[in-house]
Design a binder for this molecule. Structure first.
Ligand code: PLP
Length: 372
């Protein structure tokens, strides 16, 4: 089945009790046992499993082409579970350019827990190779990366991980399974912040880990999910599953609109640089063409004149909202360095844009008046 069909049907069936097309929300925290002590419906207690979470996990598994998924209360909880599934003393290779919460977790939580980490430029295979140690157990990829839209070669880095006896994990939040299928490149686990494109409406926090094969590592992640209990509520699962139904068509439009905006910004005299993998001059363009089915709805732009000019542009937009996050129907603009804080590598004149589903001509007109 094609992904457009899976997005609508995977994990969903009309409710057998009533015929309802939209699934009920199962708020019950506990489920009845038979007289013999068994659980005929396989549900025991909602932290261990819940019908809405099971539906969402089935759908995510189908979209990524994996074998199983574990849904979490946030993308960060999903990321943390992946690192927690390692042992103290293990070594992780992570990108030096990624969603700032990922290095924050590694440096502030997992360093004290005894996890070793080396940050490298994941787009440079030689640099990744040099960072490998005898205790390297996990390579983390985020492509396109936040906020410079760097493109990492999924097949090359996964091959390197496997030669080393490590696993490869890809944060697929920005691309979504519609534009990028990491399992086709041998990646072992996919992580999502479902808060973004998958749910798609800035109204529900969530995350997931999806497995290509039923490994011992994934079983540990499942154990962390149900024992640690950082699970999404039934309503969160319901909202996310509802959002996913329109994901394919939203993502196509996000990508089309972002391409139009990127082309406009690229030729504007007030712009120093545009970072969008769909533009032919982007350093990751040829790899993106090979491994993606579109270039996504995110882009970053550096404004001539430095931080103050960038702030002025963000201050003058009318249609874009000045807010963090991404992947929703409305367009957002953000001065990324100031949200990342001290130690950020993000240029001071960079604005990150999440391009929404408004008409692209209106978005371009808004940016044009703000730039002028
Ligand atoms: N991964 C990426 C690429 C993100 O952009 C984010 C959030 O912005 C996360 C993970 C963390 O997700 P959450 O905010 O749902 O914890």
């Amino acid at each position: 089945m094609r992904i457009e069909t899976l997005a609508i049907h995977a994990g969903r069936n009309p409710d057998p009790a009533t015929g309802a097309i939209a699934p009920p929300i199962y708020l019950s925290t506990t489920f009845e046992r038979e007289a013999d002590g068994s659980y005929p419906h396989d549900y025991l207690y909602t932290r261990t499993n819940n019908p809405n979470r099971a539906s969402l996990e089935q759908c995510l598994t189908a979209l990524e082409g994996g074998v199983a998924a574990a849904a979490f209360a946030s993308g960060s909880a999903a990321t943390a579970a992946v690192f927690q599934a390692l042992a103290p003393g293990d070594h992780v290779i992570a990108p030096n350019e990624a969603y700032s919460g990922t290095p924050l977790l590694l440096n502030s939580v997992f360093a004290t827990w005894g996890l070793e980490v080396t940050f490298v430029d994941m787009t440079c295979v030689a640099e990744v190779q040099q960072a490998i140690q005898p205790n390297t157990r996990l390579l983390w990829i985020e492509t396109p990366s936040n906020p410079m839209l760097k493109i990492t070669n999924l097949s090359e880095i996964t091959a390197l991980a496997h030669q080393t006896g490590a696993i490869c994990v890809c944060d697929n939040t920005w691309a979504t399974p519609l534009l990028q299928q990491p399992f086709q490149h041998g990646v072992d686990l996919v992580v999502h912040s479902t808060t973004k494109y998958l749910s798609g409406h800035s109204d529900v926090l969530g995350g997931a880990v999806i497995a290509r094969t039923d490994s011992e590592r994934f079983q540990t992640i499942r154990h962390l999910q149900t024992t640690g209990g950082a699970v999404p509520s039934p309503f969160d699962c319901w909202l996310t599953l509802r959002g996913i139904q329109t994901l394919p068509y939203r993502v196509k439009a996000h990508a089309d609109h972002a391409y139009s905006v990127a082309k406009f910004l690229h030729q504007h005299p007030a712009v120093e640089a545009v970072h969008y993998p769909g533009l032919p001059h982007h350093p990751g363009h040829s790899v993106a063409v090979e491994q993606m089915r579109g270039f996504g709805g995110m882009l970053s732009v550096q404004i001539k004149g430095g931080r103050d000019r960038a702030f002025a542009v963000a201050a003058n937009v009318k249609l874009f909202s000045r807010a963090t996050s991404l992947g929703s129907v409305e367009s957002l603009i953000e001065h990324r360095a100031s949200i990342e804080g001290a130690g950020t590598r993000t240029p001071d004149n960079l604005l990150r844009l999440s391009i929404g589903l408004e008409h692209p001509d209106d978005l371009i007109a808004d940016l044009e008046q703000a730039l002028n």
